[in-house]
Design a binder for this molecule. Structure first.
Ligand code: I3P
Length: 128
């Protein structure tokens, strides 16, 4: 049988490099610190990797490298946020716990695709 015959590994939806900054923690505002982040959408979570060495498609698999942080998308909110940055192509992700992130790409088509895919996951979780 295959290693995942019991279906314990969640489905990888999307992965790629985005610019990221956290702007609030538990509703409390933080100072921006933009950094490139390898972002992986898997199952109900958005997972962030800091280490450039972990930027490969196998990175998200358990045990392969340690994520910097992970966001539960259940109940999360997305909105375009070009008013919150001097950068273009920015959206804000807010978790139920009041953590807020800005995600950005220089490539408009790429950031639109991320927005759409994350929103689809949020919508799917809302219906459960
Ligand atoms: C911030 C830094 C950020 C910028 C932020 C600045 O300065 O330049 O890149 O956000 O603008 O305050 P510092 O490095 O001194 O903390 P954007 O790139 O998103 O515009 P802001 O304060 O208007 O959010």
């Amino acid at each position: 049988s295959s290693p995942d015959s019991e279906g314990v590994t969640p489905e990888l939806e999307k992965a790629g490099l985005l610019n990221k900054t956290k702007i609030a923690e538990g509703g409390r505002k933080l100072r921006k610190n933009w950094n490139p982040s390898w972002v992986v959408l898997v199952g109900n979570s958005l997972v962030f990797f800091k280490d450039p060495k972990s930027q490969n498609p196998d990175s998200w698999k358990p045990g392969n490298s340690r994520p910097e942080s992970s966001v539960d998308l259940r109940g999360a909110q997305l909105q375009w946020a070009n008013d919150l940055s001097s950068k273009k192509n920015v959206f804000k992700l807010r978790t139920v716990t009041g953590n807020e992130f800005l995600l950005q790409s220089e490539t408009e088509s790429l950031i639109r695709e991320w927005y759409r895919t994350i929103q689809n996951v949020i919508d799917r979780l809302d219906k459960e």
